[in-house]
Design a protein. Structure first.
Length: 125
């Protein structure tokens, strides 16, 4: 795709340069010299603009490739625990039994354990 764009830009600018050269020197030099001058200018302009277009394309391709290479974030924005959900619930129940039997702490701990186990199960799926 890039070479097609560069090719068309070079052809159009070369054609315009040929027309300008032809109209500028038509009355001043012979037809053979005019043909040679137009030919050389058109070929030179084509080479310059085609090379410039391809150079810009490869430069931008290299720059964009360097900036895009970053890690892709996953759907999870939390770290999974190193223990399984069943053992997490068992550990939390053991901690709850060891602590004082206040109702607020028990409810809070079991809610946290349940939330963590749900997150872990959803992440495994």
């Amino acid at each position: 795709m890039a070479w097609k764009i560069s090719l068309w830009i070079a052809v159009i600018i070369s054609f315009m340069n040929g027309i300008v050269t032809f109209s500028k020197f038509y009355n001043y030099i012979s037809h053979t010299e005019l043909f040679l001058l137009v030919f050389l200018r058109v070929v030179g302009t084509f080479i310059i603009f085609f090379a410039l277009g391809m150079g810009i394309y490869f430069f931008l391709k290299q720059q964009i490739a360097q900036k895009v290479k970053r890690p892709i974030s996953s759907k999870m924005d939390y770290v999974l625990p190193s223990i399984s959900p069943a053992s997490a619930i068992a550990v939390n129940k053991a901690e709850i039994k060891e602590k004082s039997p206040e109702a607020d702490e028990t409810t809070k701990a079991s809610a946290e354990a349940l939330a963590m186990s749900i997150r872990t199960m959803l992440a495994e799926e």
